[in-house]
Design a protein around this ligand. Structure first.
Ligand SMILES: [Zn+2]
Length: 193
């Protein structure tokens, strides 16, 4: 039951697993959970797709999320002065989705997320290049990600950065809408029962 996995991952109040009931039993049955998701889906399809990518690494959801994000990117680029290549849209979408689905940062490639590295004397040391195993998002690390798709100069990227911030904000706003609509729905279910 993937919906169950998803909701438990985000520990959504009322829908998550109750540790006291033993055996990890969900407070709502799988059918009830599906029904709640169905009822809340229309509030923010983009937010749900984001959660499916973030929580379940769902490939199909990622494709749909990329299409939706591209639409929003085109809208944001309407005010753009000058020319930009098609690949700029791809780079913007990829970077915004990467940040919105990994808000704490990307897994550090030097310590593989453990935050510990072994030096040449075989001593364990705190990894110097990350924060608790994660490469946090800054204008610089966004540039590094963006430039994998569109290797422009840093100064050129700074222009795209403004759009990128709005795009990531749009994704995260949709993510929040899902949680708010779920909580509202669960509260009204509780009142009804
Ligand atoms: Zn590290």
């Amino acid at each position: 039951m993937r919906i169950e996995t998803l909701l438990s991952k985000f520990a959504i109040k009322g829908i998550n697993y109750d540790p006291l009931s033993g055996g990890g039993k969900a407070l709502l049955s799988a059918e009830e959970q599906l029904a709640v998701v169905g009822l809340c889906w229309h509030e923010s399809p983009v937010g749900w797709l984001l959660l499916f990518v973030e929580g379940l690494r769902d490939v199909h959801a990622l494709k749909l999320l990329q299409i939706a994000t591209r639409g929003e990117t085109l809208r944001l680029m309407e005010d753009w002065r000058g020319v930009y290549p098609e690949k700029a849209l791809t780079a913007l979408c990829a970077t915004a989705i990467a940040e919105a689905t990994q808000q704490n940062g990307q897994v550090c490639p030097e310590c593989n997320g453990s935050a510990i590295v072994v030096d040449k004397n075989r001593n364990r040391r705190k990894c110097q290049c990350c924060k608790v195993g994660r490469i946090v998002w800054t204008q610089e690390t966004r540039f590094a990600y963006f430039a994998q798709v569109l290797p422009v100069t840093y100064s050129r990227f700074k222009r795209y950065h403004n759009v990128l911030i709005m795009l990531t904000g749009w994704l995260l706003k949709n993510r929040t809408i899902v949680f708010i609509s779920l909580e509202e729905r669960l509260n009204s279910e509780k009142l009804a029962s």
